[in-house]
Ligand binder design. Structure first.
Ligand code: XUL
Ligand code: CO
Length: 437
């Protein structure tokens, strides 16, 4: 096959003083930080749907993307060719993983059986390319939101036949993930929610979603798929309200329905902000429950209200995410998947390289800064000191479960009322972070 990016060779690491736009300044895959290489810490993944299927349209205008390798048709042949181009791109970039929806990689057919055959044909190419390059599948998923049949949801559709169809589609997608040795499988329910509560039996729909996921868990066990299952929270868009609203809502749902041991979360920055949270908050909520599985690394726009899915560029964001990930001991099967698209004006193929290089470099810097913050130790010390009263005396006794309201009342009456506690020193914390950035 003739190369589709002939003028671009493997992106090298050239260090911070390089001015080569097609080189990494910070992502040095083999550099060891806290006992793992950067590649092992960061586990970067290219999102097939944005990088190879997004034509860069928006609600007001047509697609602008120039993709000379793509004939624009819905043929299986075009899909197979596109898959080979994708691997040329990912290999030149030097990302170790990719991720896809079933319908990104292969065209939907006139029936489920035909869609399955189309998928099998492309999976054959993906498998060959994985073997040729060593690039692995971070996770796969099923697209249960584009086709009109899913207008009212998939697992939460009021129509049982749609639930059945979705189950068959997910069964096939899990088989494909298994066949390709995927590290994970994602459930993102863009249409699992409602636009109006007047017409919705919410309890029944959520019960159905849990049933659906239990069946998926059973099938995973049946075929011996070893990858992790993830739920990806998002509060809205395209529905007004999505049931997987945010990390805390997902954890509550998983716990309520006995699914917590089978799922972790795949957290996405832009979804966190749509839910009114900082990504750091979402990471801490998931990590506290031992459920931070993987990250969709992107960012929103401060002025545009929707899920713009831009490539991450903020050092603060990358540092915060990497601090939580280092604290939890690193990813196991998850990674940093760029669920991100170039903007509509960045329509040339080379922009795909610039975007990913920027995202990889910002997370490499985030990793270095997070490790520096940990090595410096001042932040951890300040946090520890804030809670020092819990390490001794009555605090330690409460933590040890030795006290009750009666004993605490006795204790409170036996000593002077507490006065204002030590300062929170937020500004000092921020100054130390800025010092190390
Ligand atoms: C949509 C989104 C999805 C999921 C996978 O907002 O993030 O692409 O990551 O279905
Ligand atoms: Co996502």
């Amino acid at each position: 096959m003739n190369p589709s990016f002939p003028e671009i060779s493997k992106i090298p690491f050239e260090g911070p003083s390089s001015r080569n736009p097609l080189a990494f300044k910070h992502y040095d895959s083999a550099k060891v930080i806290e006992d793992r290489t950067m590649a092992e810490h960061l586990r970067f993944s290219v999102a097939y749907w944005h990088t190879f299927r997004n034509i860069l349209s928006d609600p007001f205008g047509a697609g602008t993307a120039i993709r000379p390798w793509d004939d624009g048709s819905n043929s299986v042949e075009n899909a197979c060719h596109r898959a080979r181009v994708a691997f040329e791109f990912i290999e030149k970039l030097g990302a170790p993983f990719y991720a896809f929806h079933d319908r990104d990689v292969a065209p939907e057919g006139a029936s489920l059986a035909e869609s399955n055959r189309n998928l099998d044909a492309v999976v054959k190419v993906l498998k060959e390319e994985q073997q040729r390059t060593g690039i692995k599948l971070l996770w796969a998923t099923a697209c249960l939101f584009t086709h009109p049949r899913f207008a009212h949801g998939a697992a939460t559709s009021p129509n049982a036949d749609v639930f059945v169809y979705a189950a068959a589609q997910v069964k096939k997608a899990i088989e494909v993930a298994h066949e390709l040795g995927a590290e994970g499988y994602v459930f993102w329910g863009g249409r699992e929610g409602y636009s109006s509560l007047w017409n919705t039996d919410m309890k029944r729909e959520v019960d159905h979603l849990a049933k659906f996921l239990h069946m998926a868990v059973d099938y995973k066990k049946q075929i011996g798929f070893q990858g992790d299952f993830y739920i990806e929270p998002k509060p809205r868009e395209p529905t007004k309200h999505q049931y997987d609203f945010d990390a805390a809502t997902c954890l509550n749902f998983l716990r309520e329905y006995g699914l917590l041991e089978h799922f972790k979360l795949n957290l996405e920055t832009n979804h966190a902000t749509l839910a009114g949270h900082a990504m750091h908050h979402e990471c801490e909520v998931a990590a506290a429950a031992g459920a931070l599985g993987s990250v969709d690394a992107n960012t929103g726009d401060e002025l545009i209200g929707w899920d713009t899915d831009q490539f991450p560029t903020s050092l603060y964001l990358a540092t915060q995410v990497m601090l939580t990930i280092l604290k939890m001991g690193g990813f196991t099967k998850g990674g940093l998947n760029f669920d991100a698209k170039v903007r509509r004006e960045s329509f040339e193929p080379v922009d795909l390289f610039y975007a990913h290089i920027g995202g990889m470099d910002v997370f490499a810097r985030g990793l270095k800064i997070a490790a520096a913050i940990r090595a410096d130790g001042r932040l951890a010390e300040l946090v520890k000191n804030r809670y020092a009263s819990w390490d001794v005396g009555i605090g330690a006794a409460i933590e040890a479960g030795q006290e009750d309201f009666t004993s605490l009342e006795k204790h409170a009456l036996s000593q002077p009322d507490p006065v204002q506690h030590t300062s929170g020193r937020q500004e000092l914390f921020e100054n130390i972070v800025n010092e190390l950035i």
